[in-house]
Design a protein around this ligand. Structure first.
Ligand SMILES: [Zn+2]
Length: 100
């Protein structure tokens, strides 16, 4: 028998050691917005449960884009800090625009 979407959701929550009620309590903490960008999910999905793969501990709830973003950056805080610094401080001389 096929699982309903609610059953699938419960099974998914269980993998993170969360009940659906605990998920909802966490979501309410930040008014159903992403814990990084503080926006609702841009694709209208439920916030994703972000967890530390090495410890299995739940870190928080993230929108699809932030969740993918930190995943693509290897969940590496050092690298993400460097990325933020890079974006903030980028001030490359636009030498190719200068007249010869
Ligand atoms: Zn986000």
């Amino acid at each position: 028998m096929a699982m309903t979407s609610e059953q699938r959701r419960k099974a998914r929550m269980k993998r993170y050691g969360l009940t659906v009620e605990q998920y909802e309590d966490m979501a309410k903490l930040w008014n159903h917005t992403c814990w990084i960008c503080e926006q609702p999910d841009p694709h209208g999905r439920r916030l994703a449960v972000d967890h530390d793969a090495s410890t299995g501990l739940v870190r928080g709830l993230l929108c699809t884009d932030c969740n993918r973003g930190i995943g693509l950056m290897g969940h590496d805080p050092e690298r993400l800090e460097r990325a933020a610094r890079y974006l903030r401080d980028a001030n490359t001389p636009q030498w190719w625009d200068e007249p010869a």
